[in-house]
Write a protein that binds this ligand. Structure first.
Ligand SMILES: NC(=O)c1ccc[n+]([C@@H]2O[C@H](COP(=O)([O-])OP(=O)(O)OC[C@H]3O[C@@H](n4cnc5c(N)ncnc54)[C@H](O)[C@@H]3O)[C@@H](O)[C@H]2O)c1
Length: 339
């Protein structure tokens, strides 16, 4: 069994990836400082898997701890999820974002190098594209200047990985540019746990539906899209988790000094109003929403060209928007003790 260190493994995408790894014969080992997750995630994982996942509580910037994990376990690859991810917050405390997101990547790379571990999957984001000039957006589409310190950390981390490989490092790296992860595990044992007021659409939608939020505001209906609201590519977190497994399997077949980047999306764009309508259908509830002004920093439309990930990694999304919203809704009901 190959041990895979998943940094930030108690988080939203990491926890679903832990399940996908075990289902594919890998053994995940989690390191998480629980800065943006809760210990109950580990209980949810245990319910799904019928056993514990080995977990180290601590910080990826703690070189001694990360070294200890590599010494105590024969690690064959790393998925580096751990990062601070709130776009708005990153504009308030940019230094903390640069320190955490870039610092943790450097520690992981150095310790991997010391221990001769080659395979790394890095969590990047479609945020690196900004508002692309062509749609759907290709991996080769030039990246734009980042809109936020958070987005900039993803760009810088991608650049660090490229520079590292250029130095003829004995490593094999894939950056996955996630589009908009949504949904939850169908068991409703794990899902997205936003702390405070959600900045993302789907948790805001589900929280409004159960009355935690009074009303959803749609930020702008005068964009150049089919109904005037912003377009995103919503990808089920189970599909996203599976893309990490495919990446690790692919990395195993590569030679040293390998790096590549893949979009992970469905290839479909949906407007905010389409999301609301689909949500109302699957939840059989009317959503209390209003149209408001545009929100600063929002991209008008972005969705993925998925040809490369489909053909090279042999991965494609299996779930559609309805599936994603149904699982998000069931998860919200579970959190709110409904049904
Ligand atoms: N969710 C999205 O919309 C989205 C989109 C694109 C990219 N990403 C990226 O994917 C990754 C995972 O995102 P997520 O949605 O699961 O986020 P999340 O906040 O749910 O998970 C991240 C986890 O990392 C932990 N963490 C943060 N800093 C750490 C550190 N220094 N040491 C140890 N643990 C640390 C947090 O406690 C959390 O459990 C992040 O890198 C994020 O930037 C997320």
């Amino acid at each position: 069994m190959k041990n895979i260190l998943i940094t930030g493994g108690a988080g939203y995408i990491g926890s679903h990836t832990a399940v996908a790894l075990i289902n594919s014969g890998f053994e995940p080992i989690i390191i998480d400082n629980f800065s943006n997750s809760e210990k109950c995630v580990l209980k949810g994982l245990k319910k799904i898997l019928g056993r514990d996942v080995m977990t180290y509580e601590g910080d990826c910037n703690d070189r001694v701890l990360v070294g200890k994990i590599f010494s105590e376990n024969q690690i064959s690859g790393v998925i580096h999820f751990a990062a601070s991810k709130a776009v708005g917050e990153s504009t308030q405390i940019p230094l903390a974002y640069y320190a955490n997101n870039i610092g943790s990547l450097l520690v992981i790379l150095e310790v991997m190098q010391e221990h001769g571990v080659k395979n790394l999957v890095f969590s990047s984001s479609c945020t690196v594209y900004g508002q692309p000039d062509e749609l759907p957006v290709l991996e080769s589409t030039p990246r734009k200047e980042a809109e936020s310190p958070y987005g900039n950390t993803k760009k810088i981390c991608e650049d660090i990985l490229h520079d590292y490989i250029k130095s003829k490092a004995s490593a094999r790296i894939i950056s996955l540019r996630y589009f908009n992860p949504v949904g939850a595990h169908p068991s409703s044992e794990i899902g997205e746990l936003p702390l405070g007021v959600p900045a993302n659409l789907i948790p805001f939608v589900t929280q409004t539906a159960v009355g935690i939020r009074e009303k959803l505001t749609v930020f702008g209906d005068d964009y150049d899209t089919k109904d005037g609201t912003c377009v995103r590519d919503y990808i089920h977190v189970l599909d996203l988790a599976d893309a990490h497994v495919k990446s690790l399997e692919y990395l195993d077949k590569q030679s040293d000094c390998f790096i590549d980047t893949f979009n992970v999306g469905t290839g479909q764009g949906n407007t905010v109003l389409e999301v609301i309508n689909t949500f109302e259908k699957v939840s059989e509830r009317k959503l209390n929403y209003q149209i408001g002004p545009r929100r600063a920093g929002d991209i008008e439309k972005v969705w993925a060209n998925t040809d490369k990930v489909n053909t090279v990694l042999g991965w494609s999304a299996q779930y559609n928007l309805e599936d994603s919203l149904r699982d998000s809704w069931n998860w919200q009901k579970r959190l709110s003790g409904i049904e």
